[in-house]
Design a protein around this ligand. Structure first.
Ligand code: APR
Length: 240
């Protein structure tokens, strides 16, 4: 394992937990407060768009109050070192926050979309959006009223970049999963795909995930502690 190889990293809500962003399935998590059907499905949006907008408006408004943690920073540093050594780190995240970007990551594949973007259901335009959304907001591009939705992938919708992710996983020298419960597909299936190709798989999580048995190596503890140690090991292995 050296910096010139290809690593695919999948992150989940656990990598943002140390920044104070609530996860979904830990006790007191997001799904303990909202039912996913109401705020993370097309049917929920159709039935009560204002409730759904409020759910994402609260989370979007909270972004400036949280900061990247050492796990986000360490992944950005590793990606930079790998670029300089002719290798690559493909960062795939299930998270919709912008903490990887604010932690310095240059290329982040948001397979579940981004809280900082809105999409018009009439003209299809996707644009950066920092303010509240509601059924009374008009699309700046087509002027249609009430057609903007969060640029987020809901349950029952197809995650983004799936072909690109499958290609990156198939070509990886190492697959690393960080801060995810492994309970939502297709992301939870990436480790199985890597394993079937004989690619070494590593899990970094607070505790064993639902597919912990599939990983060759695992490091348990807060991502803000464990990820910098993982990155430090990789970087020092090269400097010897
Ligand atoms: N450091 C590392 N891991 C942590 C930490 C931490 N400080 N705190 C919690 N975790 C771990 C938990 O042990 C759990 O395994 O992060 C994981 C969070 O799991 P979930 O809450 O299920 O979040 P995630 O896996 O990202 O959910 C996947 O489900 O609801 C959908 O679209 C949503 O992207 C989300 C997807």
């Amino acid at each position: 394992m050296d910096l010139s190889d290809r690593i695919v990293v999948l992150t989940g809500a656990g990598i943002s937990a140390d920044s104070g962003v609530p996860t979904f399935r830990d006790s007191g998590g997001i799904w303990a407060k909202y039912h996913y059907r109401d705020v993370a499905t097309p049917e929920g949006f159709a039935a009560n768009p204002n409730l759904l907008h409020e759910f994402y408006n609260l989370r979007r408004a909270g972004l400036p109050t949280v900061q990247p943690n050492p796990a986000h920073d360490a992944l950005a540093q590793l990606a930079q070192a790998k670029r300089e050594a002719g290798g690559c780190l493909t960062l795939v995240t299930q998270n919709v926050d912008d903490l990887h970007e604010r932690g310095g990551s240059k290329s982040v594949w948001h397979m579940h979309g981004e809280l900082t973007k809105a999409r018009c259901t009439s003209c299809g335009t996707v644009r950066e959006w920092a303010d509240a959304l509601s059924v009374t907001v008009s699309c700046p591009d087509c002027a249609e009223r009430g057609t903007l939705r969060p640029h987020i992938v809901w349950f029952g919708e197809v995650p983004m970049l799936m072909e690109e992710i499958a290609e990156a996983v198939a070509e990886a020298d190492l697959f690393v999963s960080i801060g995810t419960s492994g309970s939502v597909y297709p992301a939870a299936g990436f480790v199985g795909e890597a394993k079937s190709l004989g690619i070494p798989c590593m899990e970094i999580n607070l505790e064993p995930s639902e597919n912990a048995h599939l990983f060759d190596e695992a490091f348990y503890g807060p991502a803000a502690e464990q990820v910098p140690v993982f990155v430090g090991r990789l970087m020092s292995a090269v400097s010897r």
